[in-house]
Structures are given as C-alpha cells and as structure tokens.
Design a binder for this molecule. Sequence first.
Ligand code: GCW
Length: 716
Amino acid sequence: MKKITLLLIYSLYVFAAKAETGYDLWLRYKPVENKILLQSYRKSITTIITKGSSETMKIANDELMNGLSGLLQIKINNSTAVNRDGSVIAGTPGSSTLISQAGIDGLLQKTGEEGYIIVTKIINGKKCILISGNSDKAVLYGSFHFLRLLQTEQSVQHLNILSVPRIQHRMLNHWDNLNRTVERGYAGFSIWNWHTLPGYIDQRYIDYARANASIGINGTVLTNVNADATVLTKPYLEKVKALADVFRPYGIKVYLTARFSAPMELGRLKTADPLNAEVQNWWKEKVKEIYSYIPDFGGFLVKANSEGQPGPQDYHRTHADGANMLADAVAPFKGIVIWRAFVYSNENPVDRHKQAYDDFVPLDGKFRTNVMVQVKNGAIDFMPREPFHPLFGAMPKTPLMMEFQVTQEYLGQGTNLVFLAPLFKETLESDTYYKGKGSTVAKVIDGSLDDHQLTGMAGVANIGNDINWCGHPFAQANWYALGRLAWDHDLSSRQIADEWLRMSFTNNPAFLQSAAKIMLESRDIVVQYSNPIGLHHIMSTGHHYGPAPWVSNLNRSEWNPVYYHKADSIGIGFNRTGTGSNALAQYKPEARKQWENMNTCEEKNLLWFHHVPWNFSMKSGRNLWDELCYQYYTGAERVKQMQTDWNALKPLVDKQRFEQVRQLLDIQHQEAIWWRNACLLYFQTFSKMPIPAQYEKPDKTLEYYKSLRFPFAPGN
Ligand code: GCW
C-alpha cells in the first residue's frame, strides 16, 4: 500500500515537473482559471467547423480542437453544418459557403493575403463565431488569435476583430552553423540536426513552425550570416527541402545565407566578381537547383564585406552590384535578396558609426526591386541602448528591413532577465524627421512613408535545443515580442508582456502586475549596470560575456572598448559632434537637435555623442563621475528588487520555472555587481575621483576583474 502511495506521489511529482519545462512556450492551453469566464466560454463555443482540405486548414482545425479542449476542459464537436449556438466557423470564402454567404466580403477586402477577421454572426439563426481571411494561412493566424483571446481571458461575446500585418516579411535569422554551434546562441546547440536530416523529422521542427505561426512569423533564415557555402550543395539542399516541407503548411518560407565566394569554393571559378558572366551564370544555375527542391524558396540573406566575409568590394564592385547579381538570379522565381548594411572595415579610419551610411546612401535607387537592405537598429551593433541607425530615413528609394537581435549578445546573454520589447519600441518610435515630424523608424520600415510594398523585420533568433527553447525562461518573451511587433508595431511593450505572461504563466492579477513590472523595467536596469549614460561596446572580447572596458590591444582598433569610451584624465565618451567624428551630421537637423549640444543632450545617450568632463554637471545636480557611480549602483540595486519581487511570486508560479528564474536572478545580481565594480574601478583610474561614501566599496581589485577568463563561454 505504502509503495503504491509513494509511486503515486512520485508520478504526480514527475507529471508536475514535466508539465512546466517551458517547452510548450505560450501555447500551453491550460484550463481557463476564471470560473465565471469559463462558463461563458463553454456556452459561446461548442462546435468547430473548419472548411478546406489543405494541410494548413487541418493544422488550424487541430489547433482549435486541441487548444479549446485544453482551455475549456470539455469535448468540442467537429462538425460540417451549423445546427447549434456556439459554432466556430473557420475558412476562406473560397472553401466555405458558410463564409462566402455570411456577408463579410466587405471586411475581407481589407485583409489582404495574410490578414484575418474574427466576428460574431448569426447564421441559420444560431450565434456563431467566424474566423476568416483570404488564404488558409490567414485563417490559421486568425485561429491562433482566437485561442489567444481565451488564453488571456478576454470576452468572446461580440467579436469584431480585423487584423492585418503591418510588415510583409516577418522573419527569424538563425546564426546557426552547420556543425550545430550557434553564433551568439545561449540556449544549447542548433535545433537543426543536419546530420539526421532529411530522413529524420524531429518533432521540434513542427513545434517550431507552430510557435512561429502563432505569432505571425512567416520566414526563417536557417543559417549563419557568417556563411558556409556547403549549405548550397546537393546533400544539404535535400535537408533544407525537408525543413521547408515541414514549415510550408505553417506559412513559413525558408531562406539561406549565401556565401559570396561560393562560385569559387563550390564551382571552382577563379573569381566571384558579380559582373563576371560565368559567376552570374553559376548563381543562376544554383538558384534553379534550389528552386527545384524548394519551389517557394524565399531567397538569400547576405553579409558581405564585413568582418572578413567575402563580397563584391573584393572586386571593386559595390554592394548594389553584388545584391543585384543575386537578385537577378532569384527574380524569375519571385525570390528576394536581403542584403545587410552591417558593414565596417578596419582599413577605414572613419568612425565605425558612419561607415554603413557612407557606403550605402550613395547606392540608394541602385538596387533591384527585389532587394531589401537589412539595417541593424543602431549604427554600432545591437548595444544595450543605441540611437536609431542614421540609414533609416536616408535611403527613400530602397526598402529598408529592420534587423533586431533577439538573442541577448550584449544584454546579459543567457543569464539575465531582459525583456527586449522596450528596446525594439524605442527604435521603432524614434523620429527620423526625414519627411517632417512623425517620420518614425516604424513608418520607414513598414513602407508607409515611401510607399514601398516590399517590407520586412527580422530578429536574430535566440532559439536552441534547450528543453525550453531559449535558455532563460523569460527569453521566450523576446521571440514572442519580435513576432508580435513585426505584425503590429503599434502594440505597446506592456501589452506584449501582459499577453505573454498570461499565456506562459497565469492570468492571476497579482502575478501579472508584479511580473510585468519586472519585465518592463528590466531593459533599463541592464543598461544601468552595464552601459549607462550612452556608454557602449565595453564588453569582453570574443565571447562578449561581462565587462572589459580596459581592452586596447586588439588588431582592429574598432574592436577595442577603449575606441568607444575614450576615457582619459579629462572625461569620458565619444565625441561624435562637429568637433569630433561628426557622425551626428548623418541625422536630420531636427533629430540631431536632441543630441548635438552637450548641455541639452538627452542624458541616456550623452556619452554616445560627447566626450564629457568628469566634473560636468548633470541634471541630477551630481557631477558626471558621481552620476556614473549612481547609475551603476542603482542598476545593481534594482536587480535586488527584481529578486525580491520574483521571490514574492513563489506561490503563483510552478516550482520548476520559479526555481530557474530565482537562480538566474542570483547570477544576474552577481553579474551586475561585476559590471559595476569592474567598470567603476577602471574608469576611476582616469577620473581619480572617489566612489561616493554612501556606496559599499568594491570588494575586489581591478586586477582581479582583469584576470577573469571564460574560455568556454557560450555563443562564441
Ligand atoms: O554583433 C556582431 C556579432 C557577430 C555577428 C555580427 C553580425 C554574425 O558579435 O557574432 O556575426 O555582429 O551581425 O554580422
């Protein structure tokens, strides 16, 4: 008897532990907690009627059946006709007469190919809910939205929803290598198991596609921008095809990174010059071969002439020459080329901040119509805080695609809780002023300012083969945020955090209030304890884990942190005004205004644009040195507050994830102190000023921090 009880307890324990590994992401479909709502949902939803025989419609049907039975804990009927209240009808006007006769044509004229409607209608005298769009994919998106209404405990009584994506290409960029390491990946190895493909289809591939579809992501670049031409060989194309076949019914297209020198490496040509006929022909043949495997192949993402990658400039050709050659090869198949603007060269002594602009602005208007130029949110490199990239608003004839980094290379990597929506929003809402006030970055990339049809937003993925996909339990929220903002950049960070928390944890108001606060403040906090007041690029070399502002011995000057902070006996910061590098001149005068004068510059970007004396008087009344101390100490202190807030949530969170986050917050606190102490001790050697007496003194020496080594830090 005792044995049986023990066994029972054990199996319950195993069940509980298994239940919240994080693998289910935001698609957990746990029973609706609010009992009153649950009753009303059960009345409003009784039957699912999906019309259409495609694989995509089958997926929509299964998702609805599975999701609703989980949420409502009742048997949902699958039916073909409306014979009771509470029928949920999903389909397109083409596949369903119920839909085509429902009087929603006017609405569907507004939804385009991917948008959808969710509306309450009386059909055959019964109260029904219609989920519809002009394609099966749109219906799938609508189905996920409908489920989200229940997951987040919203009313489904009088539905009148119309949702259309603001951006056409909503993508993940995987920096995954063929040997399964992931550049800047902090969640294990690559989820693409190239060795067992194409024969073995891991359930993960399907679940990956499903998760992406649920947030509207419709493209994935499988391979690292630091590209390996091997992926373009026959055996690998067969593997890529297997993945593309899995993703297709979920509305996701596959893209690859193209190594510019592939014609030499694979084709044994003597050159990769984009104006050489043999080279052009090689790419045309290669592209034909790719499309023979993957008829809806999306196209290429290219990093060229940057950080040692080959490119057209090797042959004194321009980025446009390179991009256009590939664009011509994919054009007959409706493919696109995404050409990255993340370029800088150590042979160029000009401030790295200015180089992409200098290279690309003269090329505006020279790219083929199926080329997008992909621009990082800021001019340096995904820093914790970075002013918007001056290319936004400077190339009106070229569709510019946004590149955000979802993986937290510079924002605490795998150990810190940092919600990135506020960072994404900060860039999207920045005003370029290039067509007057209100010319936000969002309006540049959604095509509305310059009437571009081709539009895109990409995020460098944070996904690996860790059981919970993203490593840190809260890192999933950044994948989620990327997808949601690519669909609708008007969503607020709060709204996204709230949705994600409700779906990933619970709808409990006490939990939501506190957990959302943690998330929403987290990005500001990491900036405070690592790169306050506009500091940037002062991380460790190579793996980029932790602080190392003292590094000055790297071959390439612009890889050294000292290049960026320029601390000396007078002050600290990079003078990018007219008396310095004048990177500011790349911004429109109205945008420049917020930064150009040291005395009025917004302080969060002060050291980005100015070399500021240590005794400069800040808005707080403190001098710059004291302010720096204040920011670093406050940042570290606020992590303590995050810990306290999280610990108070213990009764409301499953044990497994509670414990994971608790431990990681401990690490985060230690790392915050490490950043604070290492940076202040180092900068103090220039300021020669004391750390104000009210703060605890660093308990280790600068030499100690300089001696730290992490030979196997991940992602390198
Ligand atoms: O942020 C830097 C990273 C590199 C990366 C590069 C890029 C893929 O440290 O790892 O290379 O940016 O965006 O190309």
